[in-house]
Design a protein around this ligand. Structure first.
Ligand code: SF4
Ligand code: SF4
Ligand code: SF4
Length: 228
């Protein structure tokens, strides 16, 4: 039974992904989620795309392909940046073959964060862009899942161990006359959990919140001040 008469074509645009995000996108199109009932289809022809989902940090080699695909879409309703790489290059931010992030060259309508994001988060993003109300099955969060970062400045002693262990350059500490300003831009996070694992006080934790979806990636931030 089809709930919609219309077909929505989703074009996955991999511009240097490790394939982790693409696998989760593929999982979303498995029989578990029954997206075909809503007319949602993966279509490898960018000209027909209603929605483009970008994965990867945008490498130099994929630049031309990336620009051509975006220009050829005639019916586009939106572009999603999927995962930390497509949002902010993730831990590849200073790698020589990386040209991105993609939003340097095109408008992104929605950032769906994670490394990789769960299929249910991707579905939420698709719902938002296409104006659909597809329900997700019950979400199971596996033991040890690492989602949205939470920082508690009251517990922080300003030792900066988290910065030393972070591979993604996510954490900034600024010393001021009043104390220490800590900022975690987890839009660039690889969700490795090293900061939380090595924090001596539990001031930084990775929660089970997997729904990290924003129109503005600057909102993927947690911060606080450690007073002198
Ligand atoms: S965000 Fe993580 S899973 Fe996705 S492409 Fe980048 S490294 Fe791979
Ligand atoms: S989980 Fe922590 S250490 Fe790992 S990339 Fe994110 S901020 Fe850095
Ligand atoms: S969050 Fe933890 S590791 Fe980072 S500066 Fe504070 S106490 Fe140290």
């Amino acid at each position: 039974m089809f709930l919609k008469n219309k077909t929505y074509n989703i074009y996955p645009l991999n511009v240097g992904s490790c394939n982790g995000c693409d696998i989760e996108l593929g999982a979303l199109f498995s029989s578990k989620y029954k997206l075909e009932k809503w007319g949602l289809e993966i279509n490898e022809n960018p000209k027909k795309a209603d929605l483009i989902i970008i994965t990867g940090p945008l490498t130099i080699k994929s630049k031309n392909f990336f620009q051509k695909a975006l220009k050829s879409s005639n019916n586009l309703k939106g572009v999603i940046a999927l995962g930390s790489c497509a949002t902010s290059c993730n831990l590849f931010w200073d790698n020589y073959p990386v040209y991105g992030p993609p939003d340097k060259f095109t408008k992104i309508n929605l950032y769906v964060l994670g490394c990789p994001p769960k299929p249910e988060a991707i579905l939420e993003g698709i719902n938002q862009i296409l104006g659909l109300k597809i329900k997700k099955p019950k979400v199971v969060i596996p033991y040890g899942f690492r989602g949205r970062l939470k920082y508690d400045s009251k517990k922080c002693i300003g030792c900066l161990t988290c910065i030393r262990f972070c591979p993604a350059g996510t954490i900034i500490a600024k010393r001021t006359e009043k104390g220490l300003e800590m900022e975690y831009f987890y839009g660039k996070c690889t969700f490795c959990g090293m900061c939380a694992q090595h924090c001596p006080t539990g001031a930084i934790t990775l929660t089970s919140d997997y729904k990290m979806i924003e129109k503005d990636k600057k909102k993927f931030v947690t911060k606080g001040k450690v007073k002198k």
